[in-house]
Design a protein around this ligand. Structure first.
Ligand SMILES: [Zn+2]
Length: 276
């Protein structure tokens, strides 16, 4: 074998090895990304301290302030002459928020408290309570784990994620972009509308695809449209929704739209296009 041929074989081997390494690296990054993407959807109350690395006391204080701010929102808005903003969004139950459509800057969420102190848009608070109660009455154990989030709360989660990444060795100039893959950039989380809720099964509290097989999700998926909710991020639709399959995230759109979306088999994004 001549020298040239030997070099060619060695080069080919090296290239194959590098390709394999890159594939493995890419795959593990993708897995970490998927897990974190799921995790960011669970960042309210009970899990708050753990996720942002704060003490329970500090987390409770932030949580309290969040509730206060939200409850004062309408009063403050009217006092500051922003009643027109409330009027503007009053009937807009189908507002689209996703990675490409931010929560409008003048949007005001008007909230009610539901069980465990979670906040939800007052237009769907009763429907959510009814859905949870009926799910329970059917012998299931539903638990809310995330509902309304303020912009500041989302910002805090996002900044904390950046801090933790940097502390773990990520370059500071790369951290914001990497953080955005797992914690929605403030302004692009549907939870900021107050019309989204995450519900899990007490018997299986992991936010992963197996959540779909729990009794709670089976019941919710079969019945949520009766209460005006849709499963917002169905399996195999992440290209369209920008979010991984989340068999725990429900969005309120009102009963007639929920029924129509369900019958169409479309994602919310696709359904809205049919209305244009
Ligand atoms: Zn969610």
């Amino acid at each position: 074998m001549d020298k040239k041929k030997k070099i060619q074989i060695v080069l080919a081997g090296a290239a194959g090895f590098v390709a394999m390494l890159l594939f493995l690296l890419g795959f593990s990054f993708y897995q970490a990304w998927s897990n974190e993407k799921a995790l960011y959807e669970s960042t309210d109350s009970a899990l708050f301290a753990q996720l942002v690395g704060e003490s329970d006391e500090k987390a409770a204080e932030i949580s309290r302030k969040r509730i206060e701010d939200a409850e004062n929102a309408e009063k403050q808005a009217i006092e500051s002459g922003m009643a027109h903003r409330i009027e503007k969004y009053k009937d807009q139950l189908l507002l689209l928020v996703n990675p490409w459509n931010e929560v409008p800057e003048d949007y005001i969420a008007l909230l009610n408290t539901v069980e465990d102190g979670y906040l939800i848009d007052r237009r769907c608070a009763q429907a959510l309570t009814d859905m949870i109660n009926d799910c329970r009455a059917a012998g299931n154990l539903p638990v809310i784990c995330s509902a309304y989030r303020t912009h500041e709360y989302q910002e805090e989660l996002y900044q904390n994620k950046i801090k933790r990444l940097v502390a773990a060795g990520t370059a500071p100039w790369n951290a914001p972009e990497i953080a955005a893959r797992s914690v929605a950039i403030p302004g692009t989380s549907e939870h900021q509308l107050g019309l989204a809720v995450d519900i899990i099964d007490e018997n299986y509290v992991n936010l992963d695809q197996y959540q779909q097989y729990t009794n709670v999700q089976k019941w919710l998926m079969a019945n949520c449209s009766d209460y005006g909710f849709i499963l917002r991020y169905p399996n195999g639709s992440s290209e369209i929704t920008g979010i991984i399959f989340e068999p725990w995230h429900y969005r309120y759109v009102g009963v007639s739209t929920a029924k129509a979306v369900e019958a169409s088999g479309l994602t919310f994004e696709e359904y809205l296009k049919t209305l244009e």
